[in-house]
Design a protein around this ligand. Structure first.
Ligand SMILES: Cc1ncc(COP(=O)(O)O)c(C=O)c1O
Length: 368
């Protein structure tokens, strides 16, 4: 049986005419860059996240970068984040002119370990960026408490966590800003590139709106040096259609994760993802851990099962971040995870037969 890692087509086919209608409406109004369809999605997504404001931008990377700039992070500042994330989290910090400072992750959830933060704070620290990895939020209360006490901003990297919850609060709604990617494979994915910042801070909302549009409030009057971080009208319209089904898709992902958990329970040599009691995981990725990961992936590929690795090299060991001077061994939990993680096929439309097949082949492959 062939099991893709991700199947965007089956979802598209289930809503083909709604998508076509959304695109047609944008064409009819020629509202291609920004405009009413982006504004409508901004309103709907703010409501979904339980925030006052949402600013649509070009990508999740833009969202992180513009949030940092909007909060005044710049040269000479340090921003604390984690090494087991997609590089965009750190790139956004670097391209503000600030320095990324890494702290290790919790060895159970693989999210920022709050107990490691204080030791990394210096007089230059301006902000913390916890990443809600794989669709599960970081343990936000202690992170928010440290930030309050040490007068730091918290920017949530919620690029993998659309609809995830922490003690009843939605991912993205707890810090000064929450940043989302709508890259096509995300739980809420556009049909191209798109992102958003959500916030309750109206001044920050205004600042990011200016920065995403060349620093202008009024056409050709530039109050600040900004950038083109606008979002496409077509993506706004498509995302409005898809947002209506996000909760249903997240529930399917949770049911799929439960089915994997049951099928893999007690399997020797396979560590399963743990859902922390504080929240609701939305399983953007379902990552198990095994020794000899690469051989396991090759064996599964021979059985037509496609898997992913998120992420094979933690950021502090990437060539791009060599200049930061971290050595191997600096962040043991993140390094162990990077060497053991396998992301199994995960998407809302995955069938029970596919899950059973993946689980049985994985059990057969991993020697405890
Ligand atoms: C954790 C994380 N941060 C940031 C990003 C960047 O988002 P984008 O690809 O939309 O720029 C992604 C998406 O790939 C991500 O997974």
């Amino acid at each position: 049986m062939k099991v893709p890692f991700l199947d965007l087509k089956s979802q598209y086919v289930s809503m083909r005419w709604d998508i076509a209608g959304a695109i047609q409406r944008v064409l009819d109004q020629t509202a291609f860059a920004g405009g009413p369809f982006v504004a409508q999605f901004e309103q709907e997504f703010a409501q979904f996240c339980g925030t006052k404001r949402c600013i649509g931008v070009g990508s999740g990377t833009d969202a992180l970068w513009l949030a940092l700039l909007g909060l005044g992070v710049g040269p000479g500042d340090e921003v604390i984040t984690v090494p087991d994330t997609f590089i965009a989290t750190a790139e956004a910090i670097t391209w503000c002119g600030a320095k990324p400072v890494f702290v290790d992750v919790d060895p159970v959830t693989f999210n920022m370990d709050p107990s490691k933060i204080e030791a990394a704070i210096t007089p230059a620290t301006k902000a913390l960026i916890p990443v809600h990895l794989f669709g599960q939020t970081a343990d936000m209360d202690p992170i928010l408490e440290i930030a309050r006490r040490r007068k730091l901003f918290v920017i949530e990297d919620a690029c993998q966590a659309h609809g995830a919850e922490y003690k009843g609060r939605k991912a993205g709604s707890m810090g000064a800003a929450g940043c989302f990617s709508f890259y096509p494979g995300k739980n809420l994915g556009a049909y191209g590139e798109a992102g958003a910042v959500v916030t309750n801070d109206e001044a920050l909302d205004k600042k990011i709106r200016m920065l995403r549009d060349h620093g202008q409030e009024k056409k050709y009057h530039h109050g600040a040096v900004g950038w083109n971080g606008r979002k496409d009208g077509i993506q706004g319209a498509i995302l409005s259609v898809k947002l209506k089904r996000l909760s249903e898709w997240n529930e399917s992902r949770r049911a799929n994760a439960k089915a994997y958990n049951e099928a893999l329970a007690g399997a020797p040599g396979i560590s399963l993802p743990v859902e922390a009691p504080y929240g609701k995981h939305v399983y953007h990725l379902y990552a198990v851990r095994v020794k000899d990961r690469d051989a396991v992936i090759d064996a599964l590929a021979k059985k037509e099962i496609s898997c992913g690795i998120h992420y094979p090299v933690p950021l502090h060991l990437q060539d791009a971040y060599k200049p930061l001077g971290y050595a191997k061994g600096a962040f043991p939990a993140a390094e162990k995870a990077a060497s053991e993680f396998i992301s199994l096929p995960m998407f809302a439309e995955l069938t029970r037969e596919q899950i059973a097949y993946v689980a049985s082949e994985l059990r057969g492959t991993v020697k405890g």
